[in-house]
Design a protein around this ligand. Structure first.
Ligand SMILES: O=C(O)CCC(=O)C(=O)O
Length: 260
């Protein structure tokens, strides 16, 4: 991994677009170990073995898949007890960039949420949202880091973002995602212009860093390829708040910030 802090071009893109990409952040051969560990966690969970803080969520549309990992949608809270995932969460090359963005001194940031998204063929995407809709926190801006574990290409459900939308306030006009098999957490922003949306196409090992007000969505995986990503969310140390305090369909992830 590289160890540089935020570069001037990254800051310029952050300020203008609300996101930037660090190419080849992790060597692709290191990514296989992440996926292997997720498969083990899914198997352990299925067998009733202890998986620590890890919290699997399953994909409704794939309930008939033959293996536990084939039914997975996401595994949350991996940065806590899982050394492989924790080592990415605390990696200097991420943390120093995030600290610069959050304007904290001495790299003092908390990773308060992590998720491995295992988006198998047939899995649904996530509708238009801002992460800050879910993160009701003070101070209000958090930083997301989305590591491409596989390629994210046009057909396997990449992220799409609206550049510059990070300057908007939180859109409170949302509807719950009522699609069959939709994740119970998902909402969709209503009435916001998405004509400037662009896909975020990534190679394995590329890292997207994005602002928590950036409007983004992901599309369904209509390909025969898995699309996997490790997503980390950071806040300035000392941030207070709760994930989704106002949304009673989302009780599972409610969790205080202040997790290293
Ligand atoms: O990776 C995806 O499919 C969606 C991820 C996302 O939108 C998020 O983590 O906020």
């Amino acid at each position: 991994m590289e160890t540089t802090a935020l570069r001037p071009d990254e800051r310029a893109r952050w300020e203008r677009d609300g996101f930037f990409i660090v190419k080849r952040f992790i060597a692709p051969d290191r990514l296989l170990a992440l996926t292997d560990r997720i498969v083990e966690i899914a198997d352990d969970h299925h067998a009733g073995r202890d998986i620590g803080a890890a919290m699997p969520v399953f994909e409704g549309a794939l309930a008939d898949a033959p293996t536990p990992s084939g039914r997975l949608s996401k595994v949350f809270k991996l940065h806590r007890d899982e050394p492989l995932f924790n080592s990415i969460a605390v990696d200097e090359a991420v943390v120093s960039r995030v600290a610069d963005l959050l304007r904290t001194e001495g790299h003092d940031v908390d990773c308060f949420l992590s998720q491995f998204i295992f988006k198998h063929p047939g899995a649904l995407g996530q509708p238009w949202h801002q992460d800050s809709f879910y993160f009701r926190m003070t101070p209000p801006v958090q930083v997301g880091a989305w590591l491409a574990v596989t390629e994210a290409h046009l057909d396997n459900g990449p992220l799409w973002v609206v550049p510059g939308s990070h300057l908007e306030p939180i859109h409170e006009t949302v509807t719950k995602d009522e699609r069959e098999h939709a994740n119970m957490f998902y909402v969709e922003i209503q009435g916001a212009d998405t004509t400037n949306e662009v896909p975020v196409l990534l190679d394995p090992g590329d890292l997207l860093i994005f602002h928590s007000h950036l409007r983004h969505r992901s599309t369904d995986n209509n390909s025969s390829d898995d699309r996997a990503a490790m997503v980390l969310h950071y806040a300035a140390a000392g941030t207070t708040g709760v994930i989704a305090p106002n949304h009673d369909w989302m009780p599972v992830l409610r969790d205080r910030v202040a997790v290293t």
